[in-house]
Design a protein around this ligand. Structure first.
Ligand SMILES: [Zn+2]
Length: 137
C-alpha cells in the first residue's frame, strides 16, 4: 500500500492518545493508545525516527518518520518547554499559524505555540520510573 501522510490532523489526533516515556535525552518509548504496542522513537532537531511499520519503511536518504509516534514524542519534548505542537501537511496551512515551523519529513510540518497556562508539569508520576523535574528553584 502506497501511503503518504496527508491527514496531518488525523495523525495529530492519534498522537494525543499515545503514552510517551522518556528513556534518554533523545530516546522515547511511545505506546500506542490504539494498539498498546510500544515503539522506540529517536528525536533529532528536525524530527525523528521510529520503529513502527511506517517508520521502518522510510527511505535510506531520509529516515525521518512523521508518524503519530514521532509527533507524540515531539509534543512531549515541546511540553517540557511549555509548548504544544500542531501538525500540518500543507506549508501554506503551517505558515498561516505565524508560529515557528519545523518540517519533520514525510511532508509534515510542525508548528509550536506556547500553552496558555503552564501550571508546572502535568506529567503523571510513572510507577517504577524516576520522575525528573528539571525546574530549578
Ligand atoms: Zn511510528
Amino acid at each position: 500500500m502506497a501511503q503518504t501522510i496527508t491527514g496531518a490532523k488525523q495523525i495529530q489526533r492519534k498522537s494525543r492518545s499515545h503514552i510517551v516515556r522518556q528513556v534518554r535525552s533523545n530516546w522515547y518509548k511511545v505506546t500506542s493508545g490504539e494498539t498498546g504496542r510500544t515503539y522506540d522513537v529517536n528525536l533529532g532537531l528536525n524530527g525523528g525516527t521510529c520503529t513502527c511499520k511506517w517508520g521502518r519503511e522510510r527511505p535510506d536518504q531520509d529516515r525521518r518518520s512523521a508518524c503519530s509516534h514521532v509527533i507524540a514524542a515531539m509534543n512531549f519534548r515541546a511540553a517540557q518547554k511549555g509548548r504544544r505542537v500542531s501538525a500540518w501537511a500543507r506549508p501554506e496551512d503551517a505558515e498561516r499559524q505565524h508560529r515557528p515551523t519545523l518540517p519533520i519529513g514525510d511532508g509534515v510540518i510542525l508548528t509550536s505555540r506556547v500553552k496558555w497556562k503552564v501550571n508546572g508539569f502535568k506529567t503523571r508520576p510513572k510507577p517504577g520510573g524516576q520522575q525528573r523535574k528539571s525546574r530549578a528553584h
